[in-house]
Design a protein around this ligand. Structure first.
Ligand SMILES: [Fe+2]
Length: 432
């Protein structure tokens, strides 16, 4: 028997049955698909997960048909839990997209494609009225607003989601399976609009590794991803996201406190250049732990601690208009405030030309921890509070008007609080 015949027999009778019996399920079907803002405003990043490596990471996309193809890369991410579970995180950048245009797309590889999703790109320039959905503290146990959010986003009512930290409760739990399930649950939201994020305390496990690996945040114009602090120009808004957690989790390093602070100051100086502030007058910041709450003032976030500076002085100095926060598992609107003193705009309308930044805590989208009670006697600075499960709709109408509405899931989608933040002029408060 010659060698070729011997080999054939081995393959036919020995190897082939062994392969079938030994075959394992392979997980190359894409899941947990979500979008985020790219390096430039005409770019979108698509991120997704598989549990086995795939041949390629590909997005097919287009306007009428999916006739364009973009390839990207995959990163192996090993969870630090006892099972050392392995995930493959895929990232593909869609370049040179047309402005104000609806695209359809699917993701994957020749080993498996997702269903087809759509997204709508932002209009060009600054003269348009972005509609944000903002919330924090959303998990998959008791994620009360989730289905309403899915419905809202798929109805095309919003341009972007901003999730202010604390995901899944927690992303790393059950060897990361909790994170997987959460990312599946937000896919009906995040596959349709950019899902922009910042870190919360619940995301700190293993030096924020799940948070770092599962999301893809860019500052506008910066090729390097940074999920902890970033900024972006969206219509008439300069939006800044940052970490309050560096001040707390110093076991992961202290230098990042100063790095972030220096970056924030540089970013605020740039945003305040007259030519920039003229076309993007609103500066809105977003962080996790609120400074002013019904129960306490967070002096660490406000003033800093032994490891580094806080943020109130910085944001006041550079004329931040609106500060968005999570963490408290309630909704709370604060009167315009600086250093504990209320600086309302006019007697009739506190939010008309306020003389200090306006703070809103919207950390109540739904999580396993029950919301705290609303105190009968709250500090003077607390204008309104609710422990309903809610999210914020932020409609930046133009350079002078922002509408903020709080949507309650407990009350079947009713708007339980609304303000118009109106500013004839923007800029440093000290100069007024
Ligand atoms: Fe939190």
């Amino acid at each position: 028997m010659n060698t070729t015949i011997q080999l054939s027999l081995i393959i036919a009778f020995v190897l082939f049955p062994t392969i079938i019996r030994g075959s394992q399920v392979i997980y190359v079907q894409p899941e947990q698909i979500h979008l985020s803002l790219g390096v430039k405003s005409n770019q979108i990043v698509v991120t997704w997960t598989t549990f086995n490596s795939t041949i390629r990471s590909t997005v097919c996309y287009g306007i009428e048909s999916m006739d364009q193809v973009a390839h990207g890369s995959q990163n192996e991410f090993i969870d630090d839990g006892t099972e050392r579970r392995k995930l493959f995180i895929h990232r593909v950048y869609l370049n040179d997209l047309n402005a104000n245009t609806t695209y359809k797309y699917h993701v994957g590889s020749t080993q498996g494609w997702s269903e087809i999703f759509t997204f709508h790109t932002f209009p060009m320039g600054h003269e348009w009225s972005p509609r944000f959905v903002v919330y924090g503290d959303l998990g998959n146990v008791n994620g009360r607003t989730l289905s309403r959010l899915q419905d809202e986003i798929q109805s095309g009512n919003h341009d972007l989601v901003l999730h202010l930290g604390d995901f899944a409760y927690d992303l790393h739990d059950d060897n990361g399976r909790m994170g997987d399930q959460f990312m599946r649950q937000i896919e009906p939201i995040a596959a349709y609009v950019p899902y922009q994020v910042l870190p919360g305390n619940h995301d700190n496990a293993y030096n924020f590794s799940h948070y770092n690996n599962r999301f893809t945040m860019h500052s506008e114009g910066d090729n390097v991803t940074n999920n902890h602090f970033w900024s972006y120009n969206i219509g008439p808004v300069h939006l800044i996201a940052f970490s309050t957690e560096f001040l707390y989790y110093t076991k992961y390093g202290k230098q990042q406190i100063r790095n972030q602070f220096d970056w924030l100051e540089h970013d605020l100086i740039e945003a305040n250049r007259p030519e920039n502030r003229a076309i993007r007058p609103w500066i809105v910041t977003a962080g996790h732990r609120a400074i002013y709450t019904q129960r306490y003032v967070n002096t660490v976030v406000k003033n800093g601690n032994e490891f580094g500076p806080g943020f109130e002085e910085l944001f006041f100095k550079y004329g931040v208009d609106l500060e968005l926060w999570g963490h408290e598992h309630i909704y709370e609107r604060i009167w315009p405030i600086y250093n504990g003193t209320v600086f309302n705009g006019t007697n009739d309308n506190a939010y008309y030309n306020p003389r200090a930044p306006v703070h809103v805590t919207t950390g109540s989208a739904g999580c396993i921890l029950l919301p705290p009670k609303i105190l009968q006697r709250r500090p003077e600075f607390s204008a309104f509070a609710s422990n309903d499960y809610t999210f914020t709709q932020m409609h930046v109408i133009n350079g002078t008007h922002i509408q903020l509405q709080q949507v309650s899931d407990n009350q079947n989608g009713q708007i339980i609080d609304q303000i118009y933040l109106i500013k004839d002029n923007h800029g440093t408060y000290e100069f007024k």
